[in-house]
Design a protein around this ligand. Structure first.
Ligand code: ZN
Ligand code: CA
Length: 439
């Protein structure tokens, strides 16, 4: 029993200290909040499944067509709501910034620990081509840091803090309302149930339901986003629970749910259709992703690379459990990868269901395979006012010249096959720019 929602589950927790100990390892409440949503809105789980399968169908097609590095980067407009009742819960902005760094590394596969991905899984590991930036404009059009700090007043509970049932997402229950979820990726940071064990939760996208109980077929829109336990945020958090949860990977995991991913052990086997995919004590089901090996159950904040709970009849060989996958429950220092299949699914979910939160920019590193050294390229005049000449070695053809801002945003691209190319830069704002030249 590791359920946290529902009166019966709460009772059983209070009766047994052993269950308490297990609760601490219950990393994520996503499956539980989905079940609660199903109770409130019958048909919800089917709507989640419908949304998943549609994205999966498209993703599988696109995956077959693309190379490993995505051509487009989705930059996710993010707002973080820090909602506190005690001073220590009012996390400093530096901790939020650290969390954004972790997300950006993990979703671009620029994390330092990619070297820890076992060789058997290296070919599966993928750059998701997703980046996160703190919003600079609030819903009213005013400048913002993208971080809000609010003293909350959660409903009284025996656990303390906010419940795991979206109390933090509404002013009416002592929390902070979402910024429009069709334009912002909302993250709430708060105490969840006094630290009883839920480190975070998130809802996947669901197909519209006729029975939401309001006029709005997307009545869950005010709930879209990620909730994080404040002690599991960032990797410079002075209140971090312990060394297994101090790497900021709870956010990586929950954002994965928000982008439609299931746990790699699949939770309920009934969720994604027929077939007993190595059933275990946690349901042992199917995550719907073809390149994550089957697993019977979750890792328990460890890094057990000998774990191999299931055969993999649908893959080329029997693989061990992919304990380094962000959608497992391994310790933060064990998690280091998404797979190609997961990446394809997440990107399709953004395109289909969450398009308004993302700015699309070209993936510069992907479009230029071979960058010329500065010595091979001459730029004149420099500095320039209206135009520049870019000279490359004479025998080059199909050379791509990209002008980038200091933030790395692509400003202008010129394709050329001549040695000396003239580029008009009169329209650029005054500043420093980088040129990426290659083919
Ligand atoms: Zn989860
Ligand atoms: Ca296996």
């Amino acid at each position: 029993m590791k359920k946290i929602l529902g009166a019966a589950a709460v009772c059983s927790m209070l009766l047994s200290t052993e269950t308490f100990a297990q609760q601490h390892r219950h990393k994520c409440g996503a499956t539980d909040v989905e079940k609660a949503m199903e109770v409130a809105h019958p048909g919800y789980l089917q709507a989640v499944k419908t949304a998943f399968l549609k994205a999966k169908q498209n993703a599988a097609f696109k995956e077959a067509q693309r190379s490993n590095a995505p051509d487009t980067v989705y930059r996710i407009r993010t707002v973080v709501h820090v909602v506190y009742t005690k001073p220590e819960e009012n996390l400093d902005d530096s901790i939020i910034l650290s969390q954004i760094d972790v997300l950006n590394e993990d979703y671009r596969r620029r994390n330092a620990d990619t070297v820890n991905t076992r060789s058997v899984f290296q070919e599966f590991a993928a750059d998701a081509g997703i980046e996160f930036f703190l919003a600079d404009t609030d819903p009213d059009g005013n400048p913002t840091t993208g971080i809000t700090h609010t003293q909350g007043s959660p409903p009284p509970s025996i656990f303390g803090g906010f419940g795991a049932n979206d109390e933090v997402k509404s002013q009416s229950t002592g929390g902070v309302n979402a910024w429009p979820t069709d334009r912002y990726f909302n993250i709430w940071v708060c105490d969840i149930m006094g630290g009883l064990g839920v480190l975070g939760y998130a809802y996947p996208p669901a197909a519209p339901l006729p029975n939401w109980g309001s006029q709005n077929p997307n009545a869950d829109s005010s709930k879209q986003g990620v909730v994080l336990y404040y002690k599991a945020v960032g990797r410079n958090n002075p209140y971090a629970i312990d060394s297994t949860v101090n790497g900021g990977r709870s956010a990586t995991h929950e954002a994965g749910h928000y982008f439609g991913l299931r746990h790699i052990w699949g939770d309920d086997q009934s969720f994604l259709g027929p077939g007993n995919k190595c059933a275990g004590d946690q349901g042992g089901g199917e995550d719907g992703i073809d390149d994550t090996p089957d697993a019977k159950d979750a890792s328990q904040q460890t890094c057990d690379t000998t774990k191999n709970t299931c055969p993999d009849p649908n893959m080329l060989q029997d693989y061990p459990d992919m304990v380094e996958n962000y959608m497992d429950y391994s310790s933060d220092d064990c998690l280091n990868m998404f797979t190609n299949g997961q990446v394809a699914l997440m990107r399709e979910v953004i395109r289909l269901y969450r398009p308004g939160i993302a700015e699309k920019v070209p993936n510069v590193a992907a479009s230029i395979k071979q960058v010329r050294y500065a010595a091979d390229v001459k730029i004149s005049p420099n500095p320039a006012k209206n135009e520049i000449w870019v000279e490359v070695p004479a025998n080059e053809s199909n050379v791509s010249i990209q002008i980038l801002s200091v933030e790395g945003k692509l400003v202008q691209t010129v394709q050329t096959s001549i040695a000396r190319t003239n580029i008009n830069v009169a329209g650029l704002q005054q500043g420093v720019y980088f040129l990426a030249v290659g083919n």
